[in-house]
Design a protein around this ligand. Structure first.
Ligand SMILES: Cc1cc2nc3c(=O)[nH]c(=O)nc-3n(C[C@H](O)[C@H](O)[C@H](O)COP(=O)(O)OP(=O)(O)OC[C@H]3O[C@@H](n4cnc5c(N)ncnc54)[C@H](O)[C@@H]3O)c2cc1C
Length: 493
């Protein structure tokens, strides 16, 4: 019997559907979980009852309503089974869950939007803290601040802040979690103008590994404040974010200019040149999409101009001259609607595998590798993506926050998707070999999308910030309770 089935059957036999009311009372034995080191941890029925009674939120075991929704993440190829899931109602429940896990040395996964490509927000045998009951944003127009609960999605933030004529940088898909995106970086359509999402954080409330709720800001626990801005989930569970907001017209000028992929190399060269001179208010991503499901391939420039409308034509016109567009949807658009335009109607769709890195220049050799190695995967889709960086992101010093990759001008990403049930192996193999031809042009990677194949590459990616991060980890999480992330290893191992 394999381990997963063993765990599953133990769970369902012993305490299946244990938490609502009598089911737990009827349970006859303990359940078996897993520590951070992979050792078995036995959880007696009595301690589960104690945990349940200490929570205002939910405790879910295999078989409970909501267990499968909670354990799953966006990437369907990840299929893990936590021993128990806590859905906190607020910071007090988060502290209870963290303390419970810490006292038993349980593996911990923290889930906000569930968009971690490599599935870091779920786990086999551990305790998952699913923040989905902790959503909401409150905007104070006068102070231009947003207070955002730790389980919120980007759409929650955009919806509330734009309603007040205010905005901050958020990613391009509205069902991505504020938690994971912000703590690791936060690129988006406004980032060249206002910096990364993490550059806009004014303070966080965070439950650290000792179960204590702390506030971190420039004035309070400033070292921790430095570390959470780029250190991902390494230091604890953020229960609330305070963001600085900016005034912005709700209508921006944006859309897609679609070209035939036949002249991909030339268009990419033009794109590379123009991204060097365009103003911060213009954000330009380039997508090369292979034919899939009978649809033709395309090269798309997704452009958004968030400055004065009167200047938009002047800055967008050069893009339209890269070739003869097949389609062009550039025009006035509601920013919040645009922020949802990449959403999937069914986000729990299929499997994905991606590789990405940062570049400090886009050379002809780089473009040749990208175009020559690009291949269609008719099962679903292959995409190459140039995500523009630069602007305000580059003007922050490398050591001002824990996020180090300030010199990047772009983030090339290759991604293949397949329908649920298809064999991932040929797709994954292709992306790995394709990426080998591109990786040599990159310098570091985005921890929010990397799958960190070695600790050494992760350490070197933190650059000169690593030592300070390790000191913080030693102080706030010396036993590495929070390890399912772009992990900073404490000195003790
Ligand atoms: C469809 C899609 C679109 C994306 N678009 C963008 C984009 O436009 N810009 C961009 O920068 N990135 C983008 N990303 C990458 C994204 O930043 C990461 O996948 C990020 O981890 C997602 O955050 P999440 O909360 O949804 O993830 P989750 O899987 O829920 O969490 C990922 C990790 O974040 C940590 N974490 C989450 N919440 C908390 C919290 N409250 N406290 C402590 N730790 C926490 C945990 O370590 C967790 O393992 C995209 C990803 C996808 C799948």
């Amino acid at each position: 019997m394999n381990r997963r089935h063993f765990l599953g059957s133990t769970l369902s036999a012993a305490v299946a559907a244990g938490m609502p009311g009598t089911a737990l009372a009827n349970a006859s034995s303990s359940i078996v979980g897993r520590s951070g080191n992979g050792d078995e941890v036995t959880l007696e029925k009595s301690v589960l009852k104690e945990l349940k009674s200490a929570l205002r939120g939910q405790l879910l075991l295999s078989g409970n309503d909501g267990y499968d929704d909670a354990r799953r993440v966006l990437n369907r190829s990840i299929d893990k089974y936590p021993a128990l899931i806590v859905r906190p109602s607020g910071a007090a429940d988060v502290a209870t869950a963290v303390t419970f896990a810490k006292e038993r040395n349980l593996l911990v996964a923290v889930k906000c939007g569930g968009h971690s490509f490599s599935g870091k927000s779920t786990c086999d045998g551990g305790l998952q803290i699913d923040l989905s009951m902790m959503r909401g944003a409150r905007v104070d127009r006068n102070s231009q601040r947003a207070h955002v609960s730790g389980g919120s999605l980007l759409g929650d933030l955009d919806h509330e802040s734009m309603a007040q004529g205010l905005v901050t940088t958020a990613g391009t898909v509205s069902h991505t979690g504020v938690g994971g995106l912000t703590l690791g970086g936060g690129f988006g359509r406004l980032a060249r103008n206002y910096g990364l999402s993490l550059d806009n954080i004014k303070s966080v409330d965070i439950v650290t590994a000792d179960g204590v709720l702390r506030r971190a800001s420039a004035d309070e626990n400033p070292d921790l404040f430095w570390g959470v801005r780029g250190g991902g989930g390494n230091f604890g569970v953020v229960t609330s974010f305070e963001f600085g907001l900016h005034e912005m017209d709700r209508t921006v000028i944006g859309g897609d200019i679609v070209f035939s992929p036949d002249r991909a190399k030339q268009i990419m060269r033009d794109y590379a040149d123009y991204t060097q001179e365009a103003p911060d208010e213009l954000s330009m991503d380039l997508i090369l999409a292979a034919p899939a499901n009978g649809e033709p391939g395309a090269l798309v420039i997704h452009a958004v101009y968030s400055g004065q409308h009167a200047n938009a034509d002047k800055f967008i016109a050069p893009l339209e001259k890269f070739g003869t567009p097949i389609a062009n949807t550039i025009g006035p658009v509601d920013y919040v609607a645009l922020q949802k335009s990449y959403d999937n109607s069914d986000p729990r769709h299929g499997g994905d595998y991606l590789k990405s890195g940062f570049v400090t220049e886009i050379s002809d050799a780089q473009i040749n590798s990208i175009v020559d190695g690009f291949e269609a995967h008719p099962d679903r889709s292959t995409m190459f993506f140039y995500g523009q960086s630069g602007g305000a992101i580059n003007r922050v010093a490398e050591n001002a926050t824990a996020f180090p990759n300030r010199d990047a001008i772009n983030t090339p990403t290759v991604v293949v998707s397949w329908n649920a049930g298809a064999d991932p192996e040929p797709h994954v193999r292709y992306i790995r070999s394709y990426w080998e031809t591109i990786e040599k042009f990159t310098d570091g990677f985005y921890t929010n999308t990397g799958d960190f194949e070695t600790q050494a590459s992760l350490n070197s990616n933190y650059r000169g910030n690593l030592d300070r991060l390790v000191k913080l980890k030693d102080q706030y999480d010396p036993s590495n309770l929070f390890r399912l992330n772009a992990n900073v290893r404490p000195s003790a191992g």
